[in-house]
Design a protein around this ligand. Structure first.
Ligand code: FAD
Ligand code: SF4
Length: 470
């Protein structure tokens, strides 16, 4: 009956997977969305109109064959859908969980006009999770291995995307990371309530089964010289991310009790995964009045981690209004539900306190003219200063590129803001100014998204294959 109904969307509304109730999810770090049941995934997938020119597919940065796998799911063909998902995406189970779908695939769905977009992200997650549980594994039986080996520096989504395409084309990737686990920010930045860590552990098993080699706890430039890597391998891919925390540039940022967002999140992950080297590294906000500064994904993750640690109150101050926040709308809504209080149109001007932080001085802002990115600039309202009392402040103003000191010696060019220059449109896609070295992800585009890092890693692998004449 379902298969004959092309107007399913008229009878069946958009339904997201159920969420764990707020009182429970505030107390633990488990993922908040429950999995789809087979029936609801099929019903939801069948809402797709199979548009002739699917905008969702164009808007998705890896150009997933969305209507095609939705059709397979509506027919109950999980294994076929998993094969198709992996043709374009290295980590569908991750993207299904953490992509800001409202700005990407689902934001472009034709059904947004009054009916509610197809739940593309949740179905992508359902396909991968269900297929893995049923024993699906990538089929590499047709791959003929060559004698080429490529070093991949960084086991984040860019490095993993690159390694995936290399191994499927017979090139052995050896992936180095300074952290003890693969995933980059997927493991050490993004909290478990968005992406549980067993997801990456299973993915590591799958990658190792495909023949990828991981050398972890190994920092290039410290434990192994970059020159040695360059010498040993036929080509190198750098997917090392951006790790310079942006500062506010106001008084009081160095007071005890003021923390950068990422070390805070990493300290929580390290404690929970048992990677903590020193007890004193753990930043515990239990019972504290916390103020988070910023409005992106990192700020939301700090807000919600502080809630789960048992903070007394969590306020999030952001200098624009809610409509102009850079983070995913879904995550802002989740943060609100969990008790985060938002202070929109507030710009911090100082952190105050004698021996440690006591509060944040903010001024009110109004939105003025649009800036070069089309987002309206905040303009300060004179005489609107106020102080938000705080025992701890988390600064989540984003990240700036962090070029390595060995770039110059190896003739790797960076642009004015420190991003590695590796253009997409050239003979060898994502090649740097050193022909043997390719790069992609946050270190090339500036901090962005998981799915764009995957895309660039995969594309760079195509560039490497061309460069190696394979
Ligand atoms: P990374 O993920 O940063 O990986 C780089 C890896 O390189 C790291 O593992 C690092 O240890 C390793 N490395 C660096 N230097 C060396 C060296 N010298 N030797 C060995 N290894 C090295 N994006 C989304 O799409 N959705 C979200 O919900 C989301 N939430 C986020 C939340 C937080 C808190 C943060 C910080 C980011 C979030 N992002 C999100 C952004 C996303 O995580 C990044 O854009 C993405 O991970 C970039 O991938 P990458 O592979 O370029 O770099
Ligand atoms: Fe949507 Fe991200 Fe999946 Fe693309 S990868 S279909 S943008 S959830």
């Amino acid at each position: 009956e379902r298969l004959n109904n092309n107007f399913q969307f008229l009878d069946v509304g958009r339904e997201d997977p159920e969420k764990v109730r707020v009182s429970k999810r505030k107390k633990d770090f488990a993922e908040i969305y429950k999995p789809f049941e087979d029936d609801s995934a099929q019903d939801q997938a069948h809402r797709c109109l199979e548009c002739g020119n699917p905008y969702c597919e164009w808007k998705c940065p890896v150009h997933n064959y969305i209507p095609n796998w939705l059709k397979l799911i509506s027919e109950g063909n999980i294994m076929g859908a998993a094969d198709l998902c992996h043709e374009t995406n290295t980590l569908p189970e991750v993207c299904g969980r953490v992509c800001p779908q409202d700005r990407l695939c689902e934001g472009a769905c034709t059904l947004n006009d009054g009916f509610g977009a197809v739940t593309i992200g949740s179905i992508e997650k359902y396909i991968a999770d269900t297929a893995f549980a049923l024993g699906w594994r990538p089929d590499l039986s047709n791959v003929v291995m060559t004698d080429k080996r490529v070093a991949v520096i960084g086991a984040g989504p860019a490095g993993l995307g690159c390694a995936d395409i290399l191994i499927r084309n017979g090139v052995k990737p050896v992936v180095f990371d300074r952290y003890p686990e693969i995933g980059g920010l997927l493991t050490f930045g993004i909290p478990e309530f968005k992406l549980e860590k067993n997801v990456m552990a299973l993915r590591r098993e799958i990658f190792e089964g495909m023949g990828m080699e991981f050398r972890l706890d190994t920092e290039i430039g410290k434990d192994i010289a970059f020159a040695d890597i360059l010498e040993e391998f036929d080509a190198v891919f750098m997917g090392m991310g951006t790790y310079n925390f942006m500062k506010g540039g106001f008084a009081g940022e160095d007071l005890p009790g003021v923390y950068d967002a990422l070390p805070y999140l990493v300290s929580n992950v390290n404690r929970r995964l048992g990677f903590e080297k020193n007890n004193a590294d753990f930043i515990d906000l239990k019972g504290k009045r916390v103020v988070v500064l910023g409005g992106g994904d990192t700020a939301m993750d700090c807000n919600r981690t502080a809630i789960r640690q048992g903070a007394k109150t969590v306020h999030c101050a952001y200098r624009r209004d809610q409509a102009n926040m850079p983070g995913s709308r879904r995550e802002v809504a989740n943060a609100k539900e969990e008790g985060v209080k938002f202070l929109f149109n507030r710009q911090p001007v100082a952190i105050i306190g004698e021996d440690r932080v006591e509060g944040v001085k903010v001024v009110k802002t109004q939105l003025g003219e649009p800036d070069e990115n089309g987002r309206r600039r905040p303009v300060v309202v004179p005489g609107s200063e106020e102080i938000i009392p705080a025992d701890a402040v988390l600064i989540a103003f984003g990240f700036r590129p962090s070029p390595a000191e060995w770039f110059d010696e190896h003739k790797i060019s960076v642009d004015d803001s420190g991003r590695v220059v590796a253009p997409e449109k050239q003979q060898y896609i994502f090649q740097t100014s050193n022909p043997k070295i390719f790069s992609g992800g946050d270190m090339v585009r500036g901090s962005d998204l998981v799915v764009t890092a995957i895309w660039e890693g995969r594309q760079a692998a195509e560039g490497i294959l061309d460069y190696l004449e394979l």
